[in-house]
Design a protein around this ligand. Sequence first.
Ligand SMILES: [Zn+2]
Ligand SMILES: [Zn+2]
Length: 371
Amino acid sequence: MTTAKASVLEQFKAPLALRNYEVPSRPEPGAILVRTEMAGICGTDVHLWKGELTIALPVILGHETVGRIEALGDGIERDWSDQPLQVGDRVTWSPGLTCGVCFYCAEKRIPTRCVNRRAYGISQPCNHAPHFLGGYAEFHYLKPRSTIFKLPDDLRTESVIGAGCALNTALHGVERTGIGLRDIVVVQGAGPVGIAALAVAKSAGASQVIVIGAPKHRLEMAERFGADHVIDIDQVRTPAERIAAIRDFTRGYGADVVLECVGMPPAVVEGMEMCRDGGKYLVLGHYCDAGTVAWNPHIVTRKQLSVFGSWSSEPRHMKMAVDFLRATPNQFPFAEMVSHRFSLEQTNEALATSASGEATKSAIVPTLRWD
Ligand SMILES: [Zn+2]
Ligand SMILES: [Zn+2]
């Protein structure tokens, strides 16, 4: 019997435990066994660890993963975009598994809201075989109907992990909102989603992108990604001052589009004030329920705002992300986002660097051991 290690969330807010599970000897038809090369730590993992989303435990966290194919089940020969697959190929995959037949999948065509949706590293408990259903482990099992993408040789693993699910999320959110040519865009938040939203907004034709956030190293990264202006919330401390700063950049009118990538409710109230009349506002950062906030709906009517929401991403956004990363490695250096690397034994330390904001992006690089 071959076993391999996984870092497991068994109890919310408690340290993850290193466990050994049996590696499936042969994937079932349509499934793939992957040897994990690198797994990104997403901000969502910190929220999951704290118990801020209702999920069943135990679970192997990690929904941003790159690995090499170890074994292919019968009948799976091609990836989602019709590339041939072989043992040894480097791949990534969408975390979400959808049913394809429910009301939202089939009739309304919004698979992100599939009523049977399960996500690797989030809602796939690991106490039963095939166990390896999250990224913080030496292996990852990809069930039949997973959406898998073979990575081209000229696309670095660090680019894929540095972009993480943030780029897919930003592509989906900006697509839903729409950015017009020469629009002035404000991005609230300089974490991975904010940086990705900046990159997507630039590519979508924005004339100026203004990023609001902290700490300093994240704003410097925003500048590396082409932010035209940054506003440091540690320096410009009140919403009124920040709204005034945006007015100064926009001839007094406000921005055409404001993208919320913060996840804190007061940011939404502030961000809507930053929109020009007839502008657009996207609530992208509230993947977890961060509570309520007092808010006056008059602003939506008076300003004729269009307000959008966007949840996670579809497989086609991951395809877009792979193409995007491959086309723009110098303009948008996502590989440089990976600031900290940890072994599987150091997963708790890795989570702490993400929780504190010390890391731009942390990643787990499992070291293999056979028992
Ligand atoms: Zn994520
Ligand atoms: Zn469905």
